[in-house]
Design a protein around this ligand. Sequence first.
Ligand SMILES: [Fe+2]
Ligand SMILES: [Fe+2]
Length: 220
Amino acid sequence: MITLKELKKNPYLIEFIEQAGERLRLLQYTDHGLDHVDLVSARARNIAREIGLSKDKQEMCAIAAFCHDFGNFLSRTYHNYMGAVIFQQLFQKDFTPSELAQLMQAIVNHDKYEMEFTDPVSAVTILADKSDVRRERVTVKDKKVIEEDIHNRVNFATKYSKLGVDKKKKNITLVLKIDTSFVPVIEYFEIFTDRMTYCRKAAKRLGYKFNLVINNFKLL
Ligand SMILES: [Fe+2]
Ligand SMILES: [Fe+2]
């Protein structure tokens, strides 16, 4: 198996990630480019380490998370499926069949409605991705335009975001501080209910309970 560091040397992968980020930025989406996948990848590695997965699995979580969104360079719809198939074309020789299958599944599963994932690499990738809410993800500069879109509003209003793992108590907790003068907490729920359901299911797959704390209130 190659490491994330080695995988990052593939110029096609980096180009696809950059174009995914640029395409969605032009469509006024939140960041899906290198900043997002680097952060999600570091977070995935961290979760995997803290819950005690093996070194190889930690690396696989970091790799799946780094590669989860590049399919967006072709299309937003089905970006998870396209990303997985292209990943296989770029890196088949670098992983065992079993590793490749798990990595492809994790890339597909991060945006799949059915939430039928069964393996820890998918669960960790999903937790790391779905918990990435923060002001810096907003790519639009114009405040008026930010206010027009609920995803931009909610991310912009998030002043602080941290995902913590408590191995003893078996808790994974997302702590957020939201500027409620900019967006009411109810708006957060309007778009994040699905994400939080994903996180709950992913945490459960790892034997953990998922908690959500917004402005010091425990909501989940
Ligand atoms: Fe995605
Ligand atoms: Fe993502």
